[in-house]
Design a protein around this ligand. Structure first.
Ligand code: CA
Ligand code: CA
Length: 406
């Protein structure tokens, strides 16, 4: 009886989520609130898939030995470019191709699938999501899974809504990525993995969203757990290969305040200023910090430690849509902390509202001030050439704060 009631409840919950799949049949949430997105039973399921980094082959499989549910599964032969040093190939799943509403991950707890490792040895895969952000699209942190040889593994990637909401648009899930190891030899006939029973797991209750708490005069100290997720990478030009690895440093030696800071590992590029690379702060943090509540006699201040042998020009950029950018150059000397200080009066001046044709001075005066309109903050540098990892550069940033001018 209890089971029946639960089923009835689930059916009631189906209404907002359920819809027609590509066969015209009903798609349903199961008793665990899961949506079976792909069971790889028909050719249509393949429409949701594509490959990254020259993935290789994916075809339907009917050999029951490699089927987890239903009568078929997906056979994967990830080969990539076939070169030893090429990037790892990845399978792309795009749920919104089944139905637009499946691109909204605000109430998705996680992604789940079964995968069979048909290789003689254990293998590792990595999974992440690709979301839209305020400036671009961006992958969530990759999670590694070990697949035992000749066995099925159930993989669950958690959609960390509370932290992901800081920089990703949860309503704009573009792709799910499954990364495989790059193999140097093409073996067309060998089917290395089988995928089946691909599900989106929906939450029964609202999932937590970004929860930004700030101390007095704080912008970001990196001491609070959510601040591990507060920055993200972007850039201009062909910057993708040179984005830094951003991580939370917990070595107090490289913290100016407290015990944590942001570590920015900048890989060398090919050509000086061939592209521009940046890390940005969450636009939600910028809103929460409310720059406008600090007056013109205050400054935005932070500390930076250059753990590399050379000093390069970096730039702190303040963005407001439709206005000029306030750009502040700084150089951090090797092996020491450098304090960078930016007058908010200067930010207000550069980002001041513009007078459009037909507007009076009063119209302009009624527009948001520079600090009110501020909606982007980034640290930017030019691509720099190098030959080996020894040419990479490491910076630590800490204690972004507001201070009253002396
Ligand atoms: Ca199946
Ligand atoms: Ca700190």
């Amino acid at each position: 009886m209890k089971k029946f009631l639960i089923c009835a409840l689930c059916l009631a919950l189906l209404v907002p989520i359920g819809g027609c799949n590509q066969d015209g049949g009903e798609t349903e949430l199961d008793i665990n609130n899961n949506l079976l997105l792909c069971d790889f039973e028909s050719q249509d399921d393949l429409n949701l898939l594509s490959g990254g980094n020259y993935f290789g082959k994916y075809v339907l499989n009917e050999n029951a030995q490699y089927v987890k549910s239903g009568g078929k599964s997906l056979a994967l032969t990830p080969t990539g470019y076939g070169l030893e040093d090429s990037a790892d190939p990845y399978l792309i799943v795009q749920p919104w191709k089944a139905d637009e509403k499946y691109g909204d991950f605000a109430s998705v707890e996680g992604v789940q699938f079964d995968i069979f490792n048909a290789n003689a040895e254990d293998k590792e895969i990595e999974v992440c999501l690709l979301y839209g952000t305020a400036s671009d699209d961006l992958e969530t942190p990759k999670i590694k899974y070990t697949l035992a040889a000749e066995k099925w593994t159930k993989v669950i990637y958690k959609n960390d809504t509370e932290n992901f909401d800081l920089i990703y648009d949860l309503a704009d899930l573009r792709e799910i990525h499954i990364y495989f190891e790059n193999v140097a030899v093409l073996e067309e006939e060998k089917k290395n993995y089988y995928l089946d029973d691909f599900r989106l797991c929906y939450a029964e209750e609202d999932l937590p969203k970004a929860n930004i708490a700030l101390d007095e005069n704080e912008f970001c100290t990196f001491e609070k757990d959510y601040q591990e997720f507060i920055t993200y990478t972007s850039g201009y030009g062909a910057y993708n290969s040179y984005v830094p690895a951003l991580s939370l440093n917990k070595d107090a030696l490289y913290a100016k305040e407290g015990t944590r800071s942001l570590k920015v590992d900048c890989p060398h590029g090919a050509k000086q200023d061939g592209s521009w690379i940046m890390f940005r702060f969450s636009d939600k943090l910028i809103k929460a910090a409310d720059f406008a509540k600090y007056q013109d006699d205050c400054s935005f201040v932070f500390d930076v430690y250059n753990d590399s042998p050379v000093s390069m020009r970096m730039e702190l950029d303040f963005f407001a849509d439709g206005r000029d950018t306030h750009a502040v150059n700084f150089y951090a000397a090797p092996g020491e902390w450098t304090e960078v200080r930016v007058s908010l009066a200067d930010v207000n001046e550069t980002l001041k509202p513009k007078k459009e044709s037909g507007e009076t001075d009063e119209d302009v005066a009624n527009k948001p001030s520079g600090c009110e309109a501020l909606n982007g903050l980034a640290v930017i540098w030019g691509e720099f050439p190098g030959d080996s990892p020894a040419d990479d550069r490491v910076y630590y940033f800490d204690n972004f704060r507001f201070e009253k001018n002396a």
